[in-house]
Design a protein. Structure first.
Length: 120
């Protein structure tokens, strides 16, 4: 017991107890700053990306040119609930789950984007 009292780290100093409110705020400040940095650098961009992916998958329609997560490119032939039929070749159709679509490349949408950029 006497050994614990002699260690300077475990002893409570009277000055620190009198300024308890200010010192506890100063000890929590770095933790709060780290949480804010974590939120703005990791969590917020990830949730934004998830929202964009969800809206892309919801807006799939027949005729869209898509790329799957496996690298297969094709044109959407039909969309039913969470199943997407992709026409890969003239007569070859493959069924995928919607979440397997990684990107949509619509030539008409890309042309519209280029036209609006030129107008500005």
């Amino acid at each position: 017991m006497n050994l614990l009292m002699t260690l300077p780290l475990l002893m409570v100093q009277p000055e620190a107890s009198a300024q308890g409110g200010a010192s506890s705020l100063m000890t929590l400040a770095p933790l709060l700053i780290m949480i804010l940095i974590f939120y703005f650098l990791i969590m917020r961009p990830q949730s934004k990306k998830q929202k964009e992916t969800k809206s892309m998958l919801e807006s799939l329609k027949k005729g869209d040119k898509v790329t799957t997560i496996g690298g297969i490119r094709g044109t959407v032939d039909s969309v039913k609930d969470d199943i997407v039929s992709v026409r890969v070749d003239g007569s070859t159709k493959i069924d995928f789950i919607k979440s397997a679509i990684s990107s949509v490349a619509n030539p008409s949408t890309e042309v519209e984007k280029k036209e609006t950029k030129e107008e500005k």
